[in-house]
Design a protein around this ligand. Structure first.
Ligand code: NAD
Length: 234
């Protein structure tokens, strides 16, 4: 087994946070069974009733804070501090990787902990626990969560950065993603086409499982523990 990987990419999805207690969207307890995204998670809903959309996202923040990073999140940040060309590309918006001290985190779908002013085109960090520090920008415009909602385009700079990191990856580890959501779903193929060794950690089969060199049918924390013990990050 090869262990001299330098450019490591962890690609994480809702299953990574599920182990911390954050529900996935589609699985059991998923929020889109309870709420309609058309009313809470798209620009149209925000334009029609911003306060209801902000209430919903405040609730997501409060729920996320009831959960804590698990040992797998901490394993990843330890690997990052040992191998500085390690990146985490996540589809999650809950900030769990940063709470486990990871720094090289690319958030494809934005973050619950940032707001943006659509008038001034500025992004504001808002780590105030639970409630938003303010729902309004200094310019008076209402702030919207800096999240890629349904029908939104991904941020161009974020895609560029993620693509660059994936093209350079010699080890690509997908954890807890069903690989259904595009363009994120294309990233595993991009890594493989550029020569990365491919590992999938997921208790269940995914549509992309066949492209991986190694499949670990375990939970995120157990799968990461296994790879550490096998010496993949020595
Ligand atoms: P998904 O819900 O489509 O798939 C989750 C995957 O995780 C499944 O393949 C499942 O088998 C796997 N899984 C479940 N428990 C696991 C565990 N303990 N360890 C490892 N894997 C486990 O999730 P997705 O592919 O990330 O796509 C959903 C979209 O919804 C994403 O775009 C994401 O932005 C968003 N989302 C984010 C959060 C969050 O921020 N925590 C939560 C739900 C959904």
């Amino acid at each position: 087994m090869k262990s001299d990987f330098i450019n490591i990419v962890f690609f994480t999805g809702a299953g990574m946070s599920a182990e911390s207690g954050v529900p996935t969207y589609r699985g059991k307890g998923g929020i889109w069974h309870e709420y309609k995204w058309e009313e809470y998670a798209c620009q149209n809903a925000f334009d029609n009733n911003p306060q209801i959309v902000l209430d919903f996202h405040e609730l997501r923040r409060i729920e996320a804070l009831k959960c804590n990073p698990h040992s797998g999140h901490f394993r990843m940040s330890e690997i990052e501090s040992k191998k500085d060309k390690t990146y985490i590309i996540t589809q999650n918006i809950d900030g769990m990787h940063q709470r486990a001290a990871s720094k090289n985190v690319i958030e494809l779908h934005g973050s619950l902990w940032r707001m943006k002013c659509q008038s001034e085109k500025i992004i504001i960090d808002d780590k105030n626990f639970g409630k938003y520090s303010s729902r309004y920008c200094k310019c008076g415009n209402i702030l919207r969560p800096d999240i890629v909602w349904f029908k939104d385009m991904l941020d161009e700079y974020t895609i560029k950065k993620a693509t660059e990191v994936i093209i350079n990856a010699d080890l690509f580890i997908s954890i807890g993603t069903s690989a259904l959501v595009w363009p994120a779903a294309g990233y595993a193929n991009l890594a493989k086409d550029n020569g990365a060794y491919m590992i999938e950690i997921n208790p269940h089969n995914t549509e992309l499982s066949t492209i991986y060199d190694k499949i670990i049918r375990k939970k995120a924390s157990e799968g990461l523990e296994y790879l550490v013990n096998e010496g993949y990050f020595n």
